[in-house]
Structure formats: structure tokens, C-alpha cells
Write a protein that binds this ligand. Structure first.
Ligand SMILES: Cc1ncc(COP(=O)(O)O)c(C=O)c1O
Length: 397
């Protein structure tokens, strides 16, 4: 089929909830994708921060193949070695915790919200969670209610109660929103969907930790987008040395297979007893085999170091480009989570890049978001930079 044929077929049958780009992708290899007509694209998007090790990563592919040939599903009525190993690995990386395995970011956050309410119910009936403006936590009703972007709420009211949304990067606003029933604060350490917003207040996350300790509240970090190495550390919170009570992961954990996780301290997870929560597919053996291969590759292949080094290189070159491009307001981010804030909407730059063979993304209207594979080479970084430079109207010297 051609791109046009696939697009027409899809639009005829799917609920049109995605503003899709007009190509159909057929295969991928490392940092490159190929559409159904054979055109090659350099992928600075990774399926929305998911295929962080690149497409068709041999270690991940083999692990999936092997597990799929052996056992694909048993339910959580039983244990499997792959889910036990993933839980053990995540617990270790968190510094000792209890893990709930699920299938997506929204489910991981839903689990974190339920965990906080369950814990709060034993703490005098506290239930309210403070979240941030411009946050993104998912599309289920509770995670939507937690999401600080009105545009996603339209038409879905009434939303579940129990969330108070305050400006991001503003400790005083959190302090002012505290009430007797507040049980937790939930933020992304770096807002992804909200426009790649890194807290400017160097003490914001630390301050949240102190506040949560003082008021005996849970600190929840949504690391669905920032986690699994995207910023150059396994958890983004490691950059600030602030450990939360709960961290959520998904996206890159399976490098393309659906898997999410909520990891919590034993105290925070104390209410999550038998029957409290569950998921038929959570901890699926194939997704877990894929996640184990991802975790192994992160340790063995110097991926995090590459992410930090090539990410810093990208950011430095982009800042040079920005000086010459009147369209750029700011370049920001950490590791391979990079935002280029433009003076105008970013969609036209996305379309220009696509045409030139580079996949990038627009978020928050005017932010060009780059989410390249963490094992991107410098040569591939240069290849992408040349196209971005043209898209921004600046010649690369
Ligand atoms: C920070 C954050 N949390 C939660 C989600 C929701 O994840 P999912 O789409 O897997 O439900 C996303 C998705 O973009 C995200 O960026």
C-alpha cells in the first residue's frame, strides 16, 4: 500500500483522535524509520520517547522473540520469572521499593494516585493531591483530572474530585494550596508535554521533598517521559538528588512494548494489599522480557553516558543555531529531552523536517520537541541538526 492508501483506510475506520502526520511507517532500524514507500527518516521522536534504544534493537528483539515463543500470558494469578526480575530491578534502581506493573503511563499514574489515596485513608482520611499547571499525567479520568491543561478536560466533566492544580516551579503556590486533606504532591521533574520545562528554581524539587516530609505527605514523581535514561540518568530526579516516595515509569521501559510501573517506598505502598488494585495484562511476560533487555542494555552499552554527552552536544549546537535564528526564543532540556521554544507555532517546522527526512514533534503549540534515541551517534546528531537549522531558517556553519 502507498502512504496515501494507508492514511485513507485509517481515516475511514479509526476514531480521529490523533492529528496524524500523513505517512505510514513500515519498518525501523536503529535511529532510522522507513515509510511504506521506502523513504528513510532520521527519528528524533522515538514514538513519543518510547524506542529510546532505537528500532529493532537486537537485544530487545531477541528477548521478545524468545519469550513470545515460550509464554505470552498467564495473568497475575501466577508469577513469571520475567515480571519478578523486572520488579526486582526497578526496586533496586529506586533504592528499595515495591513495584506495581501495568501497561501504560496513565495506568502507572492511576496506580500512584490510588496508592496515595489508600495510604491517606489510613492517615486521617486525606485524599487531595496537588499537581502542576501544564502537567500531563494521562487520559484516564483520574489522570486527566490531575493534568493541569484545561484543553484536555473539555467535554469530559465532571472529572474526579481531589486534585488541586497550582503553577509549576512555584513552591509558595504549593504551600498556599495545602489543606488538612492534602495527601500528596505529584509533578513531572521536567514537564514534557507542557513544553520541556525544566524547573528554574534549583530548589523546587528539594523544596517539595522538604514540604512533604514536614507535612507527612507523599511526593510522587511522574517519570513516564523523563525516566529510563531519557535525561542521562535512569530517573531524572537523580539530577537533583531528591528521592520521591513514588515514581512512575512507562514509555521507554519496554522500548516499544507496552509496560508501565509505579515504584514506591514500602511505607507508601503499605495500603496496596491483596485485592486493592490490579491489571489483567500488567507484568505481561513478553513486555517484561523486553523491559529486562532494555535495563540490561542501559547498563552494558554506555547508553546513559552517550545520552548525556550527545544530548549536551545537541543542546550546544542548537543554542548556536538559535543565536542566528530569529524564530527561536529558548533551547532547554536535559540529556535527550530537548525543547526549542519558537516565536510561532511549531507544526510548520515539524512538517518541513518530515519533508526533509527528519521526524520531530511539536508540543505546547510553539515548542519543537526532540526525543532522539539515547544511543544516537554524533554523526546522526549532525545529520538532524542540519535539517533543524534549515527548518529554523539559519545556515549551519
Ligand atoms: C509525563 C507523562 N505522564 C503520563 C503520560 C501518559 O502515558 P500513556 O500515554 O502511556 O498513558 C505521558 C504521555 O505522554 C507523559 O508524558
Amino acid at each position: 500500500m502507498t502512504n496515501r492508501e494507508v492514511v485513507t483506510l485509517a481515516h475511514g475506520a479509526l476514531m480521529d483522535v490523533y492529528a496524524c502526520l500523513p505517512i505510514a511507517l513500515a519498518r525501523g532500524e536503529g535511529a532510522y524509520l522507513y515509510d511504506v514507500e521506502g523513504k528513510r527518516y532520521l527519528d528524533f521522536f522515538c514514538g513519543l520517547a518510547v524506542t529510546s534504544l532505537g528500532h529493532a534493537h537486537p537485544g530487545v528483539t531477541n528477548a521478545i522473540r524468545e519469550q513470545a515463543a515460550r509464554l505470552t500470558h498467564v495473568s497475575n494469578v501466577f508469577h513469571t520469572e520475567s515480571s519478578a526480575r523486572v520488579a526486582d530491578e526497578l526496586s533496586r534502581r529506586f533504592g528499595g521499593g515495591r513495584v506495581f506493573l501495568c501497561n501504560s503511563g496513565a495506568e502507572a499514574n492511576e496506580a500512584a494516585i490510588k496508592l496515595a489515596r489508600r495510604w491517606g485513608s489510613s492517615q486521617g482520611g486525606r485524599y487531595e493531591i496537588i499537581t502542576a499547571l501544564n502537567s500531563f499525567h494521562g487520559r484516564t479520568l483520574a489522570t486527566l483530572a490531575a493534568t493541569g491543561q484545561e484543553k484536555y478536560h473539555v467535554g469530559f466533566q465532571p472529572l474526579p474530585q481531589g486534585f488541586r492544580i497550582v503553577p509549576f516551579d512555584d513552591l509558595a503556590a504549593v504551600r498556599a494550596a495545602l489543606r488538612d486533606q492534602t495527601v500528596a504532591v505529584m509533578v513531572e521533574p521536567i514537564q514534557g508535554e507542557g513544553g520541556v520545562v525544566v524547573p528554574r528554581d534549583g530548589r523546587y524539587l528539594e523544596g517539595l521533598r522538604e514540604l512533604c516530609d514536614q507535612r507527612k505527605m507523599l511526593l510522587i514523581f511522574d517519570e513516564v517521559q523523563t525516566g529510563v535514561g531519557r535525561t542521562g540518568k535512569f530517573f531524572a530526579y537523580e539530577h537533583w538528588g531528591v528521592r520521591p516516595d513514588v515514581a512512575t515509569l512507562a514509555k521507554a521501559l519496554g522500548n516499544g512494548l507496552p509496560i508501565g510501573a509505579a515504584v514506591a517506598t514500602p511505607e507508601a505502598a503499605s495500603g496496596m494489599t491483596a485485592g486493592a488494585h490490579g491489571s489483567t495484562f500488567g507484568g505481561n511476560p513478553v513486555s517484561c522480557a523486553s523491559a529486562l533487555a532494555v535495563l540490561r542494555a542501559l547498563d552494558a552499552d554506555g547508553v546513559l553516558e552517550n545520552c548525556a554527552a550527545v544530548g549536551a552536544y545537541l543542546m550546544e549546537r542548537l543554542r548556536e543555531i538559535a543565536k542566528r535564528a530569529k524564530t527561536v526564543l529558548e533551547v532547554r532540556g536535559k540529556g535527550m529531552l530537548i525543547g526549542i521554544e519558537l516565536r510561532h507555532e511549531a507544526r510548520s517546522a515539524v512538517e518541513f523536517c518530515l519533508e526533509q527526512g527528519l521526524i520531530v514533534n511539536a508540543t505546547a503549540g510553539n515548542v519543537l520537541r526532540l526525543l532522539p534515541p539515547l544511543n544516537l551517534s554524533r554523526a546522526q546528531a549532525d545529520e538532524g541538526l542540519a535539517i533543524i537549522s534549515r527548518a529554523l531558517g539559519a545556515a549551519l556553519t
